[in-house]
Design a protein around this ligand. Sequence first.
Ligand code: BES
Ligand code: ZN
Ligand code: ZN
Length: 493
Amino acid sequence: MSFKTDIFPLIASRAVKRVQLAAVEAGFVHNNLVLLADKDHLDALDALLAPGEATFLRQAAAHDVSSFSFPRAEGVLFVRILKSEKDPYIALEDARLAGNELLGELRRYKIETLGIQNLCAENRVLAFAEGLALGSYQFLKYFTKASEKALQEIRISADSASPADITEANALLEAVFLTRDLVNEPHSHFNSIQLGDAVALAAKEYGFEAEIMGKEKIEALKMGGLLAVNRASQIPPRFCVLEWNPKGAKNSKPVVLVGKGVVYDTGGLSIKPSEAMDYMKCDMAGAATVIGALAVAAKTNLPVHIIGLIPVTDNKIGENALAPGDIITMGSGKTVEVVNTDAEGRIILADALHYAKKYEPSLAFDIATLTGSAVRALGTQAICYMGTAPKGVKNNLEESGFATYERLVELPLWKEFGDELKSNIADFKNLGSSNAGMITAGKFLENFVDYPWLHLDIAGPAFLRNANGYRTKDGTGVGVRLLYNFLKKQYLQ
Ligand code: BES
Ligand code: ZN
Ligand code: ZN
């Protein structure tokens, strides 16, 4: 078996030019979209349409038709009428979805630049542009043929969104695209070493600090969990420490973000069946989210001190593999009976969460594609979360979940669930019963924290077999928009 470790895939994928938003003075480009808040505002269109067109549009709108295209000599004029919706978060999401739905037509007309004119659509123009941009994402790196023309620029008139809002939206889009790129990289081109390199490169590109620890340092730190999962691998583990510590940070003690960085999860000796393994390159999605969160924080100069911690390894089989029944000693000194080697995420996260204690975090998150039971419980629409952080923090997080439509559902960390992790030979087992596996995973992690903590199990929404709205197929970048929105809400408002 040989692995290339020298090539660095991130550079090539980042060279792909992805869509950006641009602030422009009011004034039309060739292809334009006019966005209306609802069908009560059709008068605003009269200046743009021929009388016959205006009559036709009124008649159709009366029958709830909400999308129109008028191809003209100079370009296409698109009209979209948004739904009336009382819930502000659903209204924003409807706008994102409407943006995404425009893509088919833009592709048909091979449109690369679109102007958006906001006619009484309030704050929904940015959401519309966001959905359009997120939906336009493609991962084309491994095609040998050059790609077709695609949307490159969305020009938004200055009366619709401030230049500062547009700069911020671009930073966020770029971070989501980076996270998706990292998740979409196949393991053949993205092993543990390369994930460490990607962190170092992102740090340089975005302006945060990073330390990439190799096996010797990990051994010196006695991270017995990370080393045990890595035991059968040809590729050494990494432990990455990312830091964004701006002048004037609003928090005196950092927020810590821990991301599961399993670059490929075969299950180990408790091997996965093929249909559960073929997409397991996604098992570093938590790590990719942490990288994206640090990237957007640095890019927007967010005044919040953030530490990212990423334990990185694959979970392979081999002569020396960790075996079910083995007992390992964790970084914290606690012993764990490894009942199932496929429950590896909690083992490496526990070492990272223990390491986080030295920062005395004001709040720590771990973000992980941790359990199949999270997927079975809530599907791909929600993040299962649980933790010891105060109620106010949880409320803010849930609200950010609705605002970004990366929604979360809390599950209980009742003591009784922890009883399932009692071992008769070590401090804990790494596996509970076949029920409520996402909670017993959370209970396992709870043993390694002594600070306000939230565990986000993103196994459902992180990676989609089929596109869903503007959430493109495969890596979705879930968590980046959520965490950015939350950090602003929690520390800046
Ligand atoms: N990486 C998986 C969880 C996962 C499932 C991620 C689906 C993404 C999509 C994790 O390491 C795992 O294998 N969990 C097992 C644990 C089980 C053996 C207790 C699971 O949940 O099936
Ligand atoms: Zn696993
Ligand atoms: Zn895993």
